[in-house]
Design a protein around this ligand. Structure first.
Ligand code: HMG
Ligand code: MG
Length: 315
């Protein structure tokens, strides 16, 4: 008789969620929110139990005006008493995106304790996104990572377009592996795999992660799915079965990428939490408080919630 497949033999016991709504979510909105509103969102997320909240981005405000004043956001978060967060400030991490040394300097001056560099496995996307070639980006990141590590600041590495590129189509798996290995060797403690335009499907995700784990430990891999084709939760499940235990998501399903036409929201954090609950995986997040945070930010943005779970709970 065929042996029954027991998913719990493969699934992680605990998952770390990296909440990217205040950055990946808000960077794509048509209007920019005030620092006060961004802080109000971040504090709601922290109070819901999220421990890793991407709080902003030190990029050129001409390119991404929604992330202007990220320095003020970070500085204010370091004085949490002012914003009455109930979460223990020493337990919550607020990483920020930096594209180059100038961005890193801004992040360090604000007191950021963790930064993320963002590469892409496609030449055209890299040009549109950060105005340089892949090779140039790696050289820039080498300096950024070195300088950050010297200051005791942790560095995460993103790779965009790990499945497909909006300009070039399918992306080669060896290219993703090469970039991941370089970022890891340069000092990134974790590599987040971005399915930027949400075209991935579970078999492709499994294939990529299996190939990557020939070079990296599974604990060094995170997944970052956009839900453009409605595949994000299936892809997360496939990644969890491979042993991945870090998942990026965005409250209310906010998100997209200004340089990836057609990229819809990130997978909604509420939906990921519901999935993890169903699988019996520990995550430490209060779903009701998270739902309230999602409703709050959508009210501020005057847009509907994209999370299925949030909609189901608040028809
Ligand atoms: P550039 O124009 O090539 O920069 O932009 P430059 O070095 O030639 O300098 C030109 C001007 O920019 C100078 O100012 C610099 O001071 C200034 P000027 O002398 O003309 O007044 N400058 C900066 N200003 C503020 N912050 C900086 C900075 N650097 C230079 N850090 C740059 C290069 C990378 C800055 C630009 O292309 C940029 O800001 N791009 C934005 C990219 C971005 O934010 N993309 C979205 C995030 S990535 C993403 O969403 C994907 C992800 O979610 C994963 C996934 O889903 O796939 C992570
Ligand atoms: Mg993204």
């Amino acid at each position: 008789m065929k042996k029954a497949f027991t998913p719990s033999d493969y699934l992680p016991k605990k998952v770390k969620i990296v909440e990217v709504g205040p950055r990946d979510g808000l960077q794509n909105e048509t209007h920019s929110l005030s620092v006060t509103t961004r802080l109000a969102l971040i504090n709601r997320l922290a109070n819901a139990g999220l421990k890793h909240i991407e709080a902003g981005s030190f990029v050129h405000p001409k390119w991404v005006p929604q992330m202007a004043d990220s320095d003020q956001v970070i500085k204010a978060l370091l004085k949490p008493s002012k914003f009455h967060t109930q979460a223990d400030p020493t337990e919550v991490h607020y990483p920020v995106l930096v594209p180059n040394l100038q961005g890193l300097q801004g992040a360090l001056q604000s007191g950021a304790e963790e930064v993320a560099v963002f590469a892409a496995a496609s030449e055209s996307f890299t040009q549109k996104n950060i105005n340089c070639s892949i090779e140039e980006s790696i050289e820039r990141f080498r300096w950024v990572i070195d300088s950050a590590l010297q200051e005791g600041v942790k560095v995460r590495g993103y790779i965009s377009c790990v499945m497909d590129c909006p300009y070039e189509g399918p992306v080669s798996t060896p290219k993703v592996i090469e970039l991941a290995s370089k970022l890891h060797a340069m000092g990134c403690y974790e590599i987040s795999l971005g399915d930027t335009i949400g075209t991935g499907t579970p078999n492709r995700v499994t294939h990529l992660i299996e190939r990557l784990t020939q070079n990296l430990d599974i604990s060094q891999i995170a997944v970052h799915f956009h839900d453009t084709y409605g595949q994000a939760l299936s892809n997360i499940y496939a990644a969890l079965l491979c042993g991945v235990s870090t998942v990026d998501s965005s409250v209310a399903g906010l998100g997209g990428c200004p340089y990836a036409k057609g990229a819809s929201g990130n997978v909604a954090t509420e939906d990921v939490v519901y999935l993890l609950d169903g699988l019996g995986i520990e995550h430490g997040i209060d779903l009701d408080a998270l739902i309230d945070a999602g409703r709050f930010i959508c009210h501020e943005l005057e847009k509907p919630v994209m999370s299925k779970v949030n909609l189901a709970r608040n028809p």
